[in-house]
Design a protein around this ligand. Structure first.
Ligand code: GAP
Length: 443
């Protein structure tokens, strides 16, 4: 795919996500705010569904993984111990002498400003931590940081979880939450943003088992994306070269997806060794070791799986958006339609209830009855505006797996038409059977 095609695909996706209420630019009426995005009514549903799938996968389907919700603001000493306040969490930054735009050195293709071709200044280190102040006085003593990764909240709670839940290694702690990074050249829509959510799991194990568990978790995490319907050919695992490893990592593999702008990381699996627990022990002067069955004290190694909610969402939209994939059979105009091919568990709207006509009270009343019955169990939409074909297409475009149409026959036979997004097939279902029929579909 050439650059023009890439940009075309990306701008189509950007306008689709805005038009259909998935993603808006932050503070748009004020001209936006660089690299911050808001998630609209459908975007927030999709994000919540992703988080629910991840949470269930990690904490329910894996024994020995428990959850945590640590605060975003933590004692600044946490970030000293983790290495984030030192050069370890900094990008190399270059500034253009002419337009003063700034860029990440490692992302530049040439030694020239990509915006005006101007000459660049010497590079310097730029820390990515976002600073704030706590309390009424804005001085050095009140400085705090917005967390740059959720996992530090897990390490500082290692002992609490270990003791309160009587855990034995190997065990994991999972957490979902916001992280903040003052990224220098955020770009590619929501790929690299300044405020995002991470879904991280830290697996504490005996150092001798770390390699085995690394392989185990890498496989589990790759499989998760496949289970969510990501096409295998667009997924790969890429080993990080030794010289490119983050300051904490002994080994790292990126799970990558083939975006319209190339292969990019969507999740990292890391062997962090004993870096975090050792450093927090040292800085806090608390014993964070683990005593094994034989009475021997060890500092467990950590295998980390670290995914981004927004990157998963972006991946699912790129993976599922079928542009002009098929011709509608319901409209005489035979318009080419777009449909979002997304797993029904993740679909923002599960069921749309559509009265065939909106000017017949018996039909709209019956439709509302059906809608009221279903909305307790599923995220449903009621839509009566426009032709039935157009309404089907509107639902297909946002990935709604089932549409239910109430028509004149419904009034006599007490049944409805159920239409499938993927095949466009239709079948009649008795209203009395509808709930259990749909429940079965979503198990
Ligand atoms: N605790 C390890 C860690 O944070 P990372 O590779 O820096 O590792 C892990 O980040 C994941 O978090 C990435 O694979 C990505 O999904 C997400 N992520 C990181 N920075 C991001 C950003 N600026 N915007 C969106 N997602 C981001």
């Amino acid at each position: 795919m050439d650059k023009k095609e890439e940009n075309n695909l990306l701008s189509k996706l950007v306008s689709f996500t805005k038009r259909r209420g998935f993603i808006f630019q932050s503070s748009e009426i004020y001209g936006g705010f660089s690299s911050c995005y808001d998630f609209g009514p459908l975007g927030v549903e999709l994000k919540n569904n992703i988080k629910k799938e991840w949470w269930n996968e990690m904490t329910r389907l894996h024994d020995n993984v428990v959850g945590l919700d640590a605060s975003i603001l933590m004692n600044p000493k946490v970030w000293e111990a983790s290495g984030h306040l030192t050069a370890g969490f900094a990008d190399e930054l270059v500034e253009c002498k002419k337009c003063n735009h700034r860029f990440r050195k490692d992302l530049l293709e040439k030694n020239k400003c990509p915006d005006c071709q101007g000459e660049l200044m010497e590079s310097r280190k730029f820390n990515l931590m976002m600073k704030t102040f706590v309390g009424p006085v804005e001085d050095d003593a009140a400085v705090a940081y917005l967390r740059a990764e959720t996992c530090q909240g897990i390490y500082v709670n290692f002992k609490n979880v270990l003791q309160s839940m009587r855990m034995k290694i190997p065990f994991g702690i999972a957490q979902i939450g916001k992280s903040f990074r003052n990224e220098i050249t955020p770009k590619d829509f929501i790929f690299r943003i300044r405020e995002f959510e991470q879904m991280e799991m830290q697996w504490f194990c005996d150092p001798k088992d770390a390699d085995k568990f690394f392989e185990y978790w890498l496989k589990e995490r790759m499989n998760w994306y496949i289970k969510l319907g990501i096409k295998k050919e667009n997924l790969r695992a890429k080993e990080t070269k030794k010289e490119e490893l983050a300051h904490y990592a002994k080994r790292a593999v990126d799970i990558e997806y083939k975006f319209p702008f190339g292969w990019k990381e969507i999740e990292g699996v890391h062997n962090r060794g004993d870096w975090d627990l050792s450093n927090h022990s040292k800085h806090s002067r608390q014993d964070l070791s683990y005593t094994d069955e034989a009475g021997k004290k060890i500092i467990p190694y950590v295998i980390e799986t670290s995914a981004g909610v927004e990157r998963t969402l972006f991946t699912l939209l790129c993976n599922g958006e079928v542009q002009g994939g098929r011709t509608s059979t319901t409209e005489s105009s035979k318009e080419v339609e777009t449909f979002l091919d997304i797993d029904k568990k993740l679909a923002p709207v599960k069921i749309a209830v559509l009265p065939l006509v909106k000017n017949k009270e018996e039909i709209t009343n019956k439709s509302k009855e059906v809608y009221d019955m279903l909305k307790i169990h599923f995220n449903c939409q009621y839509d009566e505006s426009g032709s039935i074909g157009r309404r089907y297409r509107r639902q297909d475009e946002i990935g709604t797996p089932y549409c239910i149409t109430v028509d004149f026959e419904t009034l006599d036979n007490k049944d409805v038409t159920l239409r499938y997004r993927d095949t466009m097939k239709q079948e009649r279902i008795k209203i009395s059977d509808l709930l259990s029929f749909l429940n079965d579909k979503f198990i």
